[in-house]
Ligand binder design. Sequence first.
Ligand SMILES: Nc1ncnc2c1ncn2[C@@H]1O[C@H](COP(=O)(O)OP(=O)(O)OP(=O)(O)O)[C@@H](O)[C@H]1O
Ligand SMILES: [Mg+2]
Length: 296
Amino acid sequence: MSIEVFGLNKTYKNGPTAVDNVTLSINSGEIFTIMGPNGAGKTTLIRIIATQLMPSDGHVRVCGYDVVHETAEVRRNIAVVPQEVMTYGQLTPHEYAYFFSRLHGNDARNAAKLADQALDYTLLQEQRDTPCIKLSLGQQRRAVIASALSSNASVLILDEPTTGLDPIARQSVWTALRELTAQGKTILLTTHSMDEAELLSDRVAILHEGTLLSQGTVRDVKSTIPYQYRLILDEEPEGLLGDVPTFRLGSKTILYFGTSLEATQFLQDLLEAGHSAEVTPTTLEDVYVRSIEGQS
Ligand SMILES: Nc1ncnc2c1ncn2[C@@H]1O[C@H](COP(=O)(O)OP(=O)(O)OP(=O)(O)O)[C@@H](O)[C@H]1O
Ligand SMILES: [Mg+2]
């Protein structure tokens, strides 16, 4: 077990309870993704695990070390990409990757190799010697990600790492993260991107108002709502809906079904009535939105 969180609470001084009795464990070599609305407590949880914030109650162990009592040992084992981080403008992406790698204890030769690889992954070779102040925001963000990728730390903790990255850069970072897990590294990340969570993670969790609504594989989490299939229509099928669970998105209508048989039977009726539609499996986004809605 790489990260163990047990009965964790965090109440900010004169503020809300941002994390409310969270228990979870993250295995070595897996990518674990925390999703949740703005203000759900993701960053608070991540910062406690990364030894940047003290918990109010509960325990967290990273690589077997307690985040409160063995802070130095925890820090030796982790590399962190915070949600909001300004780059040191005069540093170049190469310096970022190289110096942070050295700070994590890699010798000069190894750090040079790791830095070079991190710049490949973040697609920054062309900008490797350009001061960050002259780079775009997304490129600066990639330089910060490169500093974590080059660390060789056994646990990477990344708070919305790919927010603001273009799709090509994002996929390259995904590739890097998967390769690191193949080497046995553990990755904890947060994201608002459902396809990132679905494609990249071994396991996911949904956090809402500080509480975990569900956690498990994408398949486990999807099975927490009783709808496995959906049908999207460009219009409302007058008189055909009955009691089918429905979600309206402007002029579009999304219908949810428990089984493919129910969905295809309904599709048949629609086709006979002159509508056109197709049946697809529900996505993680459907599950996420329905489970958050179910709380209000
Ligand atoms: N330093 C702080 N002092 C007081 N309250 C805070 C502080 N930081 C966060 N909060 C509150 O704690 C709650 C959780 O915030 P947090 O930043 O952990 O959410 P989040 O899930 O990371 O949101 P986002 O998706 O917007 O990044 C929010 O209600 C927020 O207002
Ligand atoms: Mg956050």
